[in-house]
Write a protein that binds this ligand. Sequence first.
Ligand code: NDP
Ligand code: MN
Length: 388
Amino acid sequence: MARFTLPRDLYHGKGALEALKSFTGKKAMICVGGGSMKRFGFLDRAVEYLKEAGMEVELFEGIEPDPSVETVMKGAAAMRDFEPDWIVAIGGGSPIDAAKAMWVFYEHPDKTFEDIKTPFTMPKLRNKAIFVAIPSTSGTASEVTAFSVITDYSSGIKYPLADFEITPDIAVLDTDIPLTMPPKLTAHTGMDALTHALEAYVATARSDFSDALALKAIGDIFDSLLDSYHGDKEARGKMHIAQCLAGMAFSNALLGIAHSLAHKTGAVFHIPHGCCNAILLPSVIQYNSRVCMNRYAAVARYLGLPGGTDKQLTDSLVKAICALNKELGIEQTYQANGVSEELFKENAEAIAHNAVLDPCTLANPRPIDDEAMLKVLTCAYYGKPVTF
Ligand code: NDP
Ligand code: MN
C-alpha cells in the first residue's frame, strides 16, 4: 500500500491572496521572513484580508534563510502565548519550513527537536491550528510538501523533517508574489524545482500520480525558467505553478542524493540550496543512470532532446541542464562557485558521510556508500563526469 497526500485546497492565479478574506477563524499568526514581503506590500495585504475575515492577527517576523532550531523554538513559544487557530506562513521556503516546525512544537510542547528528526514519526497535528502556506519564491514548494528543512548550526547539519502531518492544509499560489524575486533568486529556486521533479521521477517511492506531475513540471520548467529569469511575467507565473507540481510529486515520491548532498554542502559551503542542486544534478544523473537510464531517456524524449539510444538521450539531458545553468548565470562546479580546494578537502569526507545518512538517500534509485558519495561530490566539485 502507498499513500499520496496533498493539501486539501489550492487557491491559485493572479490576486489569489484574497482567498484569506474567506477563511473562518479567531486568531491568525503570520510567520514571515526578513522583510521582502513587508517591503512589497504583501504582508500588509495578508493582515488586512485576515482582519476582514474577522480574525485577530499577530506577526512572527524575521525568520532567517535556512532557519535554525532556535528560531523554531522561539516561534513555537510565541504561538503558545498567542494561541492561534490559523498559522499563516508567507515567504520563501525558509519561513514556511520554520512555521511548519513551530506548529509541531506549538501543538506538542513536550517534544524536542531530537524527537521529531526521524522521518514519519511526528505526533498528530491540527488539534490547535490549521496551516496555510503562501509561497513567494518558485522552488521549494514547501506549500504542498510534507517537509521542513531546519538547520542545526551547532553541528552544521540541515535536517529535512518529514511527515504528512506537516503537509499544509491550504496553499495559496498568488502569481503576483514571485514577480518581485530578483533574477538570481529566480534562477536558484527554479533549479531547485527542476531537481525536485527530476529526482521524484526516478525515486524509489514514485508512482503513476507522481510521474505525471513530475514530467509536466519538468516540461514547464524547461519552457519557462529562462524567460522567467529574464523577467517575463507570464513565464514567472508558469514557474510558480510548475514548481508546485514538482512539489506535489516529490512530497510523495521523495527525492534522492542531489538533495542529500545539497543539504550537507549548503550549510558548510554557504551556497544557496537551489544553487547546490544545480551544481549537483548532472553528476547525480550520471551516477544514477546505471540503474535508470530509461527513465532519464523518457524525460529527454518528452523534452524533444536529440538522441537515438537511452545513453545518447541521457547525455542530452545532462547537456541541456548544464546549458540551462549557464544561461541562468550559475557556475557548474563548487570550485567555480568559490569553494576553495582547502575548504573542500577539509570537509568532503564528513559531507559525504552525512549525505549518506540523509533521509533523501533512502529514496535514491541507486544505492550509495560513503566512498561512492565522496566520488560523486568530488566530480561535482571539479566538474568531472561520473563514469562509475
Ligand atoms: P528563502 O526562503 O531562504 O529566501 C531567500 C531570500 O529570498 C530571502 O532573503 C528572502 O527575503 C528573499 N525573498 C523571498 N521571496 C522573495 C520575493 N518574492 N521577492 C524578493 N525577495 C524574496 O528561499 P527559498 O524559497 O529558496 O527556500 C530555501 C529553503 O527551503 C532552504 O532552507 C531549503 O533547504 C528549504 N527547502 C525546503 C523544501 C521543503 O520541501 N520544505 C524543499 C527544498 C528546499 P526575506 O527573508 O526578506 O523575505
Ligand atoms: Mn529542494
